[in-house]
Design a protein around this ligand. Sequence first.
Ligand code: MEV
Length: 437
Amino acid sequence: MTTRHDDGPTSRIPGFYRLSPKARLSVLETARVLDREDLAVYRSAGLTVEEADVLVENVISTFALPNAVAVNFFINGEERVVPMVVEEPSVVAAVSNSARLAREGGGFTAETDPSVMIGQVQLMSVRDPERCLETLREALPRLREIGHAVHPRLVDHGGGLRDMEVRHVVYEEPGYPREDMVVLHFHLDCVDAMGANMVNTVAEHLAPHVEALTGETVGLRILSNLADRRLARASVTLRPALLGTADMEGDQVADRIVKAWRFAWADPYRAATHNKGVMNGIDAVAIATGNDWRAIEAGAHAYAARDGRYRPLTTWRLDDDGSLTGTIEVPLALGIVGGAIRVHPTVRANLRMLRVSRAQELTAIAASVGLAQNLSALRALATDGIQMGHMRMHARSVAATAGATRPELAAVIARLVEEEDISVEQALKILDEIRGG
Ligand code: MEV
């Protein structure tokens, strides 16, 4: 069992999935995960049309998605109840189950780089790239000063410009004339923000100076979503005995998980699906916390292809003592201030639920959730396949549509699955029998 080092509320809430949404909120309040103010937010419709109208253009309404909660997470010695916004059945149940297994061995260990984003200032069609590179290299101290002065408040918060480099980038597509570009890369520590706006402001601010110094023409001035200075890493070790199923011993399951991972390492077709499962978890946390999940997706997949071949974002290996160890390394540009976070009441409540005070803590949690999600997918795929779980979820919604009450649900679901006829008509028939009709 996990030794708790943390005096906060526990995330281990057995039977949480069996409760109604209303009862789940009460349990979270009793467990001190949520306070009264948060409860009111979760009971409300969330973002109002007026609030939405401030966020984007041409708003006509808002669009709701399930706001669920993953339980059982224990990360870096801290209990974490994790809000997840996702429309796909089984994702939240599966990740909570993996988190329960993981906490038996002490949970997840995660660490993250500082919140350093990359910005790019591109010089187009450079005639003498070597000379241009040299000029910029010599000017780097001055350009650093200029970049650093753009966001004084960021500097007050411990962030600011960290580094700058120049790169020679060549367009040499066969059949087309070559074009030389010189690109100024700068690294900006955005502390608790995702940072896109801050980086773009610095890029636009530097551009005229870069033009004046080189006599060349600036093209794009924009951040890079390949945020490989902002990596998050998490790991987990499990005793194979925990992984066993009714039909398979734990060490066989562990071995199959490793073999499934090797398949993803060797084959981009499998790696894409493998990473999609990882992102099921990471995106759901990104959305729940008001973050730009397209940026996260773009960064993750670009990073997965960094050695020239698309690879899995995780690794799974057997240790000498037979334990199974999983790791993840992924760029995660997640913020806890600015953007939708300022406006969206449910996002703010979700961040309070997570009890994070720094963006890096959120990043550590999201990486752990991605790893846990991958574990649950590989375990299911290596054993019963994923359709069994999906069938149960489908049966659940069919039973509810047929009017099954909470106490009746489990029996109706079990019969629907057993009889391999998951239809509303069949559910009605079963309900009639149960009710003695
Ligand atoms: C489904 O959303 C995700 C999986 O396909 C991931 C995987 O195959 O590893 C189950």
